[in-house]
Design a protein around this ligand. Structure first.
Ligand code: NCD
Length: 331
């Protein structure tokens, strides 16, 4: 499988009636749809310690998790989300599946389809693959990206937006700083798409020159090369890990010197608004992009992001299987 034969044409993410069919990217999704998903996700939030919400909304639906890259939060929360809605689920590690024996992605997908899979959740290191699969699946099957190369991580963008909305009440008046390896981050791209659609006040990109993305990828964002300047007066700080797996050799910054310049410490956090929140999608590299005092401190909402991840994935799974259930009822 190469990028050439996946071709980058984006599949239709919405069906003829405007309902979500696939979720590959947040780019171009209508604001009203994003808000509906956030509102629905909010209904799935319970205090920790209380029983999690459950329903049989996905009874009879089968979800396959097909992960070609490491994952803790995304994979675990897609699985829990599917189970809590009553779906059947199978988890496949790409490196242990027949793709490691030379099977093409489409042969793997058609194999899963033959087992009555209705939703395919996939994480892929290669650009274009989730969209390519979405263009080839059977009409009743939905494809949900759980992270595509450096390009897109739509459910992460939604859970980040939900977290900001819960903590700050809205988006219009907010200044958000995204800090770190933005050039290689799908989390940053999906946050940008979500926050732009939701009408964010100001978005600032804070990174050393080598980790700053091209301006055309993040239009209308301020670009700052100093952490202190970049987070000055902001309401939200979104920290990112250096995506070593996507950078070759000497271009990878050394952890200790990166921390000296771009690590978020308690002292530096004072440049932001006193009530600013600190986010991180995980996995964190403590002592590289973030100090433990901040990660575990009172302004951190990192654990809340994880909780919101399950709720958002429940909302997305429910949304893409709505049409499926309607067709079953008609049959
Ligand atoms: C992120 C990812 O995989 O893109 N993790 C996640 O899904 N929570 C961020 C990262 O790996 O740095």
């Amino acid at each position: 499988m190469t990028a050439q034969n996946t071709n980058s044409a984006m599949p239709q993410q919405l069906d003829a009636e405007g309902r979500l069919r696939h979720l590959i990217t947040l780019e171009g999704l209508p604001r009203a749809l994003i808000e509906r998903l956030l509102n629905r996700a909010q209904q799935f939030i319970r205090p920790l310690g209380a029983p999690p919400p459950r329903s049989s909304a996905l009874a009879g639906v089968t979800v396959a998790n097909l992960f070609g890259e490491a994952s803790t939060r995304t994979r675990g929360s897609f699985e829990l989300a599917a189970r809590r809605l009553g779906a059947d689920i199978i988890n496949l590690e790409v490196h242990l599946s027949s793709r490691s024996k030379g099977e093409t992605i489409l042969d793997t997908v058609y194999t899963l389809q033959s087992m009555h899979i209705d939703v395919l959740v996939m994480r892929e290191a290669e650009s274009g693959v989730p969209g390519y699969v979405a263009r080839h699946v059977a009409p009743h099957v939905s494809v949900l990206s759980a992270g595509e190369s450096h390009l897109s991580h739509p459910t992460q963008g939604l859970l980040d937006a939900l977290t900001i909305r819960q903590c700050k009440g809205g988006f219009q008046k907010l200044a958000v700083a995204i800090v770190g390896d933005i050039a290689h981050s799908r989390v940053a791209r999906s946050a940008f798409h979500a926050l732009q659609a939701l009408g964010i006040g100001a978005l600032r990109l804070v990174a050393p020159p080598g980790l700053m993305p091209a301006p055309e990828e993040f239009p209308a964002c301020e670009r700052v090369h100093s952490l202190e300047q970049g987070i000055r007066g902001v309401d939200v700080i979104m920290m990112l890990r250096i995506q070593k797996e996507r950078i070759s050799g000497p271009a990878v910054p050394d952890g200790a010197s990166y921390f000296r310049e771009f690590g978020l410490t308690r002292e530096r956090l004072r440049y932001a608004k006193p009530e600013a929140i600190v986010m991180h999608p995980g996995p964190m590299n403590r002592g590289v992009e973030i100090d433990s005092e901040v990660a575990d401190g009172p302004q951190s909402v990192i654990q809340r992001q994880v909780t919101n991840g399950v709720a958002v994935r429940m909302a997305v799974l429910e949304a893409v299987t709505e049409g499926l259930r309607r067709d079953w009822n008609r049959a």
